[in-house]
Design a protein around this ligand. Sequence first.
Ligand code: ADP
Ligand code: MG
Length: 694
Amino acid sequence: MSGDFFSSTPITQLRGIGAAQAEKFARLGVRTLQDVLFHLPYRYQDRTRITPIGAARDGDEVLIQGRVLIADVVIRKRRSFICRIEDGTGQISLRFFHFSASQVKQLEAGVIVRCYGEVRLTGLGKEMAHPEYRVLDNPDVPIEAALTPLYPATEGLQQGSLRRISDQVLALLGKAQQVAELLPVDALHQAQWPSLTEALLYVHRPPPDAPVQALLEGRHRAQQRLALEELTAHNLSLLKLRDRVKRQNAVALPNSSALEQQLIASLPFKPTNAQQRVHQELGADLAQPHPMLRLVQGDVGAGKTLVAARAALLAIDAGYQVALMAPTEILAEQHYHAFLEWYEPLGIRVAWLAGKLKGKKRNEQLALIETGTAQMVVGTHALFQEEVKYRNLALVIIDEQHRFGVHQRLALKQKGEASGIAPHQLIMTATPIPRTLAMSAYADLDTSIIDELPPGRTPVKTVVIENQRRNEVIARVRNACREGRQVYWVCTLIEESEQLEAQAAEDTAAQLQMVLPDVKIGLVHGRLKPAEKADIMDRFKQAELQVLVATTVIEVGVNVPNASVMIIENPERLGLAQLHQLRGRVGRGATESFCVLLYQQPLSKQGRERLDIMRQTNDGFVIAEKDLELRGPGEVLGTRQTGDLNFRIADLQRDALLLDDAKALAQWLRQKSPQQVEPLIQRWLGRADQYGEV
Ligand code: ADP
Ligand code: MG
C-alpha cells in the first residue's frame, strides 16, 4: 500500500460514517477515501432540461414538469394511485403501486410537479411508474445545472448516501490533498491527458457546460484518462499472476519422445507445417523448469487435438500424468475417443470423467487416476472436483478456454500443486480471440497460432435464405443426395433446453422424411444415449444415412468429409463463433461445400449484418473481430469470462484504442517504477485482485 492520505485514511474518519455504515460501504469494496474516489459513476442521468411531455418517447428517461389534472386511486387488477398531468404539449400518467395517504393528498389537482423517470407507452397513453417527483411552489424553481452521477449501489446504500460521501471526499481532493499519480507523469503530460485529480473531479461532478453526449457515451477525455489507468491496472494484475505462476517449479520435460514419434508414424497424414511449428514451441516451453502458460489458437479444423496429443506424450513418456478438460460433455467425449484411438495402440491408458458418470464406474475412473494407472485423463470440469486426486500431474490442457474463467483454469492448476509440482498449462481455442481481448483478458498467456488448415479442404460457400423459400432448399437437398453428397440439417433453439431442442429436431426430421421419402434420414440430439448417438454418427460416416438432422451437438468434433452441404435453421439465434464452428463440419473433403443459413423473418439490421459476415468470409479471425464489434466482449467470451472483465469505467470495445497504450504503460511501470505497480493494482482491483490471490 502506498502511504498517501487517501489510500491510508478509512472512511470512518468522515462525518456520518459509523461502523454500521462502514460495513455497508465495505460490501461495495469501499473502505478508504481512495476507494470512494474510485467508486465511479457507472452512468449519468440528464436532469439538466425539462422535456415537453409531447416530445417524450417510449423508453426515454426524462425530466418533465406539469400541472395535475386529476388524481385518483383506482382498483383494477391492483390498487394503484394514478395522477394525470399535462404541460400544454401533452399528458402523462404517473402511476404508483405503493403510496401513502399523504402522497394522495399532496398530489391533488392543480399542483405543479416535476418528475424524473422512464416513459412507457401503454394502451392508455404515456405513463411513468414510480417516478421521483417534487411538488413545486412555483414553476420556476431552478433545475439541476449538471448531469447527475449514478453510482453502483447496494441494499441500504442509496444514491443519496453515495453522493454525500463522495461530496465529502471530493471536497478534500485538490484542496487539502492530492491523490497519488501512479502513471508516469511525463507520458500523461505528453499525451495531454488531464491529471488524475482533474479527471476524478470531472467524472464525479461533471460541470454544467460538460458535453453531455460524450459523457453519456463514456468518451470524454476525463473518462478516457481513467479508463486508460484502469486498463493498465488490469494488465499489471494479469502480468502479476503470470509472474507468480512462472516463479513456481515445474518438471522440465525432454523435448522428444519415442512414443510421440510412434504416434506420428501411425497417422494416415503428415502434420502441417503450422502444427509442426507449434509443437516445437510447446516443446521448448515444456523443457523449462517453470510452468508453461500458452494459448494455442487455431481455426476450426486446424488440428489442435493432434498438437495437444503430441505435447501430452512428452509428459507421459517421461512418466507423468496429463489432464485434458473440455467445457461440455460432448466435446470431452470427442476428445476421449480421439485419444483412445491414438493412445491405445501405444499402450497408454486413458481415463474418462464427467458429471454424468456415477457410482462404481466413477470410482473405477477415480482409482485409475489416483494410482497413476491412467497416464491420460480426459473430462469436463468434473476434473477439478475435490475427490479427484492426480498422480504426478505435469501438464493441464484446456480446450475452448473462452468458456472458462481464469479461476477455473487456476483451480486445475492447483491440483497439480497438491501433488508437489506446478503443472504446465496449455490452453486451446477454436474461437480466435480478437487481438483486443488477447491483450487484456489473456495478457498472462503466451500465444501460438496454427494458421494453416490441413491440405485438401475447400472453402465453404455460404448463402443466406429466408425460411419462406424452405421448399427450394429442400429441393436442393434432394439434388445433393442424388449426386451422392451427404447433408447436415441443423436445428437451433433459443432456450437452453436440450429437451425442446431435441423435439424441434424430431419434428424437422419427420417433416423432411415426408417430403423426401426416398432419402435416408438420421437424427441425433443431446437426449440420445451415447451408444445410440455413436451408432447414428457411425451410419452417417459409412454413408448409410444421407441426411443427418441434428441439434447443435454436432458443433464440435464431428468429421465426415463426404458431407458437403449444411443447412442451419434459425442461424440468427447463434453467435457467429458458434456458426463458424458448425460450418466447419463441412468443407472437409475435396468437393465444393455449401452452407445455407435459413433464417426467419423479421431479422433485425444487426442480425442481417451478422449473417452477411458469415457469407463474406471463412476466416475465423475476421469473424471473431466482427462478432466482438457487434456484440461486445461479454457475449463473445461467455458469461463466465465476463466476471473477469468487470471494469469500473473501461469498456474493452469502446476503448480498444487505449489498449496499446495501457500495455506500454504497464511495461514501463514494471521496468522503471515497480514500486507503483502494487498500489495501482490495489486502487483499481482492490480486494478483487483475484488473479494474484490464487
Ligand atoms: P480442431 O483444431 O478444430 O480441434 P481437430 O483437431 O478436431 O481440429 O482436427 C480436425 C480433423 O483434421 C481431425 O479429423 C484430425 O484428425 C484431422 N487432422 C489433424 N491434423 C491433420 C493433418 N495434418 N492432415 C490431415 N488431417 C488432419
Ligand atoms: Mg477441437
